[in-house]
Design a protein around this ligand. Structure first.
Ligand code: COA
Length: 183
């Protein structure tokens, strides 16, 4: 037994991952709880999923096989009040981070928002979340003055100060003009 502890790795294999970004289906909801770590957000996940059916939200998962390893959603309700749609719930399982999954989730949401004719997206991030802030900055999200209090009470938060970021979506205006021209 002593010998086994000393020998370190017994085997090693390198895997390539097929990660699919797609709308969240009912079969994904349990997986979003990450084996209980986000059990307290079950009702939230179900509510957002239902709102997706109403067209108010795009709720995406990044799936490896049938396991969701990342998630994010865009809420279009603020647009009814003349605000930019808001991204919520961006999260990637720790073992799958730093592989570009969050960037692709955001890219997919940006494409969907543009397809709906929106000219930008907004999101909130805790001031101390430097990992997320670096990612958002690299993707073109800029800090803007907070013009209203939009913290979703359902999102888990350490209670720290949150800052508002916005990204203008290039091509959104042309896309909506093109859609209008084609009826
Ligand atoms: C923030 C979070 C969503 C980022 O997810 P992620 O999938 O790791 O993000 P990405 O892989 O797209 O980008 C992260 C970094 O990895 C780098 N990266 C991407 N692919 C890479 C690769 N193949 N090899 C090495 N680095 C890579 C990116 O360049 C980026 O670097 P940067 O920080 O210098 O910009 C994730 O850390 C998370 O879930 N955190 C907890 C929840 C959270 O804070 N959510 C945000 C709330 S506002």
């Amino acid at each position: 037994m002593d010998g086994l502890w000393r020998c370190g790795s017994l085997d090693r294999l390198t895997l390539s991952l097929d990660v699919v970004i797609r709308p969240c289906g009912p079969q994904d909801l349990e997986g979003l709880e990450w084996s209980g770590a986000f059990r307290d957000q079950r009702d939230l996940f179900q509510a957002i999923h239902q709102r997706q059916h109403l067209g108010e939200v795009d709720m995406l998962v990044a799936a490896v096989g049938d396991v969701p390893v990342g998630q994010a959603w865009a809420d279009y309700r603020p647009a009814a009040a003349g605000k930019l749609p808001m991204v919520w719930g961006l999260r990637v399982q720790p073992a799958f981070r730093r592989k570009g999954i969050a960037a692709r989730l955001l890219g997919a949401l940006e494409g969907l928002a543009m397809g709906r004719g929106h000219t930008g997206l907004s999101l909130e991030v805790e001031e101390t979340n430097l990992t997320a802030r670096r990612l958002y900055a690299r993707l073109g999200y800029l800090t803007v003055p907070k013009h209203w209090d939009r913290v979703a009470p359902t999102i888990r938060s350490s209670g720290g100060r949150r800052i508002l970021l916005e990204k203008r979506l290039a091509g959104a205006a042309q896309l909506s003009a093109g859609m209008a021209a084609h009826g």
